[in-house]
Design a protein around this ligand. Structure first.
Ligand code: FES
Length: 196
């Protein structure tokens, strides 16, 4: 058998330096610092270990896509870079897609990336709770991330004998985004009272 040596992609050799340069650039020139325009939805997260905290605010359009994302942070360079990068990544995404985004920040401290993502998730939950309260449709809306009504969830529970939130998520997506509807899904499960 002949061994074939493939030529190296030269970009791969420099990828760690390129991503490090990107995050350094986001620290020295952070994008989207401040607060999103009204109406805005905000979330926070903080680290007890290092004292850093970050605030995320978003504006969401009628199609539930994020039209603006801004942040304020007090912490290290990695936290500022992580939050700045995240604001750029989520604009244009639906809240459901943003809530489950995998950050491409291999060179940023994972704790800082997690802190920035938690603040974003908190802001998305703020939006979801408000959208649920404002909903004027015929059926009660439970999961605003995936537009799943109470009746649909009940139907899935009864048809498939579901007993956990994870099973409901896998059956109809409800609960698979920001997680703000988990308590409500739990209550619907309890009301339907199927044997556990
Ligand atoms: S409202 Fe976000 S996961 Fe259901």
């Amino acid at each position: 058998m002949q061994l074939r040596i493939l030529p190296c992609n030269p970009w791969l050799n420099f990828w760690p330096q390129i991503t490090r340069m990107m995050s350094t650039d986001h620290f020295f020139n952070p994008r989207n610092v401040g607060d999103a325009d009204e109406p805005r939805f905000a979330g926070r997260s903080a680290s007890l270990a290092c004292g850093a905290h970050v605030r995320f605010s978003i504006q969401v359009d009628e199609a539930h896509a994020i039209s603006q994302a801004r942040f304020r942070a007090a912490g290290c360079s990695d936290l500022v870079a992580a939050a700045s990068l995240l604001t750029e990544q989520v604009v244009g995404l639906t809240t459901a897609a943003a809530a489950t985004i995998e950050q491409e920040q291999a060179d940023v401290d994972p704790q800082c990336a997690r802190l920035a993502r938690e603040a974003l998730l908190d802001a998305i939950r703020d939006f979801s709770n408000a959208a649920r309260d404002d909903w004027a449709g015929d059926e009660a809306l439970i999961c605003t991330c995936f537009f799943v009504s109470e009746r649909t969830i009940e139907r899935e529970i009864q048809a498939r004998g579901l007993t956990t939130v994870a099973e409901v998520t896998s059956a109809c997506n409800a609960g698979g985004g920001c997680g703000s509807c988990h308590q409500l899904i739990q209550e619907i499960l309890a009301t339907n009272d199927l044997p556990r």
